[in-house]
Write a protein that binds this ligand. Structure first.
Ligand code: MRU
Length: 324
């Protein structure tokens, strides 16, 4: 399977996630402007994929502007600021910039190292999480619930929370996956459902508001989600709706497991209170496929992420192991 994001002959190539599930197509991004636009439109999205985008964007800037290091840094900064919540984006930029004094080629080599590491890191983290799920959830086969898209489309390859599903499904342990549709941009209905169908994993899409009922009816053994930024105390920023899911899971004593690469941990933050939560345009809520579903000019609150307090989380699992 092709990578979600890659480098090809002087350009960044991404799987266009706005087109899915209707069409599977790729986009070539040859400038920082095009990359920033793709990040902001969510054509490339998901924290680990954004880490790769940050690094490759820096490589693009270095290719165009080296040896003018000030200019390269300014362009890289634009990439790092394209979206605020996933720490992986600025992490990818900083890591690629560390090679800047050497040469533009060195920046690209560092970016490519991030891409090469991504699949291994995700396989490891999700493997640790799969073991934890098997330990904590006695029922077989397992009924899993996930939110947003934390699959291969959100990473360079493999995925984080959905990576756990791939491990468990291969071992014959998955009954089904419930995929929250994830209003308003429907990453669950459009992307997670597409990945599950591709992999032949039985699934059902449910409105986000049905998740608590599914738990109350005993339809869920474990909740698996990814993360966009994890504070030192274990507070987790992830797609809007994650906090509500964690409250419902705690009420029903269902394990709530967060799976992410270590690059999602922001050790500069003692807790999640200062994480910047992106707010997105009103029309994402008031319109569906360009058609209005609310009165014209209706005021909107549209945060793209929320913060789940550590006390509601059973474990945060990275490639380094399980943090309970
Ligand atoms: O707005 P998005 O689609 O970029 O949000 C993505 C998420 O919230 C994912 O759950 C998170 O990035 C983890 S992806 C492995």
């Amino acid at each position: 399977m092709r990578r979600t994001i890659d480098w090809d002959d002087g350009a960044i190539v991404i799987v266009d996630q706005v087109a899915l599930p209707g069409a599977y197509r790729t986009l070539r991004l040859g400038t920082v402007d095009e990359l920033v636009d793709a990040i902001q439109r969510l054509a490339v999205r998901g924290a680990p994929a954004l880490g790769a985008a940050g690094a490759l964007g820096t490589a693009l800037a270095a290719r165009h502007h080296w040896p003018d290091l000030t200019k390269v840094r300014a362009q890289a900064e634009r990439v790092a600021r394209a979206r605020p919540t996933a720490v992986n984006l600025s992490w990818g930029v900083s890591r690629a910039l560390s090679a800047l004094p050497e040469s533009a080629e060195a920046v690209l080599a560092e970016a490519q190292a991030i891409l090469d590491e991504d699949e291994n890191v995700n396989r490891l983290a999700s493997g640790h999480a799969a073991e934890l799920v098997l330990e904590r959830c006695p029922r077989r086969p397992l009924r899993l619930l996930t939110h947003c898209n934390a699959g291969r489309l959100a990473t360079v390859a493999w995925g984080t929370a959905l990576g756990v599903v791939w491990h468990l499904h291969t071992a014959g342990h998955v009954d089904y996956v419930l995929a929250d549709e994830t209003r308003p941009l429907l990453q669950g209905a459009r992307l997670t459902a597409w990945e599950l169908a591709e992999a032949g994993v039985p699934y059902r899409i449910l409105p986000d508001s049905a998740a608590a009922l599914a738990m109350a009816r005993g339809m869920v053994d474990c909740v698996l989600v990814g993360a966009d930024r994890i504070a030192t105390n274990g507070d987790v920023a992830n797609k809007i709706g994650t906090y509500g899911l964690a409250i419902a899971a705690a009420r029903h004593r269902i394990p709530f497991v967060v799976v992410a690469p270590w690059s999602t941990v922001d050790t500069s933050l003692p807790d999640g209170s200062s994480i910047v939560l992106e707010e997105r345009p009103a029309d994402e809520v008031t319109h569906i496929s360009g058609e209005p579903i609310a009165p014209e000019g209706a005021p909107v609150f549209n945060p793209a992420f929320d913060v789940t307090p550590a006390e509601l989380i059973t474990a945060v699992v990275t490639e380094r192991g399980v943090l309970s």
